[in-house]
Ligand binder design. Structure first.
Ligand code: NAD
Length: 489
């Protein structure tokens, strides 16, 4: 007999807030296809309640009354530090929840829970180190700058790394003194609702953090349009990001856009292949390829092209997809819709005689209702082909040869995206040249950090978005700069 799905409410004012007229949305376990929970389907009404709650917390009169906007930087840091410890103490519970909700293998979900704690730890320490400057000006003046929070910030989160993206975004926004309203993805939000409950037990006052669950075109759109939102941090697809930026522009609201990618890894003939090969494979199968910064294109210098393909093929044939709890090489995709989307790309590849060089397998005991996609290695993909240009968001690697450094840079930079890039070469001068000419927000030389690095500013150029999250840099994005000029004679 199937258990009754557990019901999850919104989190507003430090309490569970039941679904309003919108009803609920079923939550599916991608490993089995089973509906195991339901979330509230928020609308403009719940978004408005959450924004009102955040505004009160931000504008309140005193710390004693729980006014987050009045907390000193030190006090904000201490709350975040306690929250980091609480997440650490509940890491296994959070990982199990995230793993079931998204289908990601348990070890990845555990790494994500650790990253969530680490973001809060990092921003707890950073909160009281964010400051302005004094500026030279005319005689008789003292001029200084002050970094101030925006006020109420909106956070729209995708389903692929809910804990990590929530941690980096909300951690930095709260450290800077903002009150937050979060709209997680309808496909994966359970870990965030639990993390918010933990925050309430760590001294985060009511209203400083609110979560409204629901669909993008409903709750998400209402958040982007709400005139009470002072800044929006959006992480998701390029198409939706554009829509969010347009809605925000109507009320002069600044936006940070963390969007998709088609990130290249360039392998030169002098590369250390023993180190590079496992990284090339992991960068596309991590989270079943559903990573914005997945290394989804590998460009290989002609003299070693056949040898690299052969070794990649051997590794791909050994990869096995299976249920999240089995902790295999990769889990299922997030949903039947995503499975169909990836399948359509592969169908096109076969129809157009793109060379499917190797593929992995699905564990024989994987439940029939799960959203499993075998990892696929495509060889000789022309640089201009859709499979080498568009974000597939699945475990599909496109390999393309190049003939020279100039050729490699042209191909690497030749997509609409510019999120991250990897370069594998022993030549120091070439490392520096490529670090400078590759159009991407991050360049990794002889390593590749898909999604990693709490301390490292992250974001894109071109269709991959603008603004930076992570690291200290994120704090600048979650504050606005005021210049004060004092004429004293
Ligand atoms: P998506 O754009 O469909 O959804 C992202 C979020 O936006 C969800 O919460 C969704 O409910 C919401 N949304 C949808 N329509 C909306 C609307 N009209 N108004 C406001 N909000 C709306 O993306 P997805 O499929 O959930 O995530 C996958 C995408 O996210 C990929 O393109 C991936 O590259 C990108 N991503 C980027 C980063 C990064 O940091 N650059 C990180 C993770 C994922």
């Amino acid at each position: 007999m199937t258990a009754t799905p557990k019901r999850y409410a919104h989190f507003i004012d430090n309490r569970a807030a039941e679904a309003g007229d919108g009803g609920t949305i079923p939550v599916m376990d991608p490993s089995t296809g089973e509906i195991f929970a339901e979330i509230a389907r928020g609308s403009a009404a719940e978004i408005n309640r959450a924004v009102t709650s955040a505004r009160l917390a931000y504008d309140g009169a005193s710390v004693a009354d729980g006014a987050w906007g009045r907390f000193s930087a030190l006090e904000r840091g201490r709350v975040l530090r306690r929250w980091a410890d609480a997440v650490d103490a509940h890491a296994e519970e959070l990982a199990q929840l995230e793993s079931r909700d998204t289908g990601k293998p348990l070890r990845q979900a555990r790494a994500d829970a650790a990253a969530l704690a680490r973001y809060f730890e990092f921003y707890s320490g950073a909160a009281d180190k964010l400051h302005g400057q004094t500026l030279p000006y005319q005689a008789g003046y003292t001029v200084f700058t002050v970094r101030e929070p925006h006020g109420v910030t909106g956070h729209i989160i995708p389903w692929n790394y809910p804990m990590q993206i929530f941690g980096r975004s909300v951690g930095a926004a709260l450290a800077a003194g903002n009150a937050c309203v979060v709209k997680p993805a309808e496909d994966a939000c359970l870990s965030l609702l639990r993390a918010a409950e933990l925050a309430a037990g760590c001294g985060l006052p009511a209203g400083a953090l609110n979560i409204v669950t629901g669909l993008g075109p409903e709750a998400g759109q209402a958040l982007a349009e709400h005139p009470g939102i002072d800044h929006i941090s959006f992480t998701g697809s390029t198409v939706t990001g554009k829509r969010v930026a347009q809605a925000a522009a109507e009320h002069h609201c600044p936006v940070t856009l963390e969007l998709g990618g088609k990130s290249p890894q360039i392998v030169f003939a002098d590369a250390d292949l023993e180190t590079a090969l496992p990284v090339l494979v992991n960068a596309i199968i991590q989270n079943a390829g559903q990573t914005c910064s997945a290394g989804s294109r590998v460009l290989v210098e002609r003299p070693i092209y056949d040898a690299v393909l052969e070794r990649l093929a051997e590794k791909f044939r050994a990869l096995v997809a299976g249920p999240a709890s089995a902790d295999l090489d990769l889990g299922p995709l997030i949903s039947p819709r995503q499975l169909q989307r990836v399948g359509a790309y592969l169908h096109e590849a076969r129809a157009q005689q793109i060379h499917v060089l190797a593929q992995g397998s699905i564990a024989s005991d994987a439940p029939a209702g799960g959203c499993y996609q075998v990892p696929v290695l495509l060889a000789d993909v022309p640089a201009g082909h859709r499979l080498a240009q568009e974000e597939i968001f699945g475990p599909v690697l496109a390999v393309t040869p190049f003939t020279s450094e100039v050729d490699a840079v042209r191909i690497a930079n030749g997509t609409p995206y510019g999120l991250i890039a990897g370069v594998w070469t022993g030549d120091g001068a070439r490392q520096m040249r490529l670090a400078r000419v590759l159009r991407a927000g991050q360049v990794f030389i002889n390593n590749y950090g898909a999604g990693g690095g709490v301390e490292l500013p992250f974001g894109g150029v071109k269709a991959s978005g603008y603004g930076r999250e992570k690291g200290f840099e994120a704090l600048y994005g979650f504050t606005t700069l005021k210049t004060v000029a004092v004429r004293h004679g």
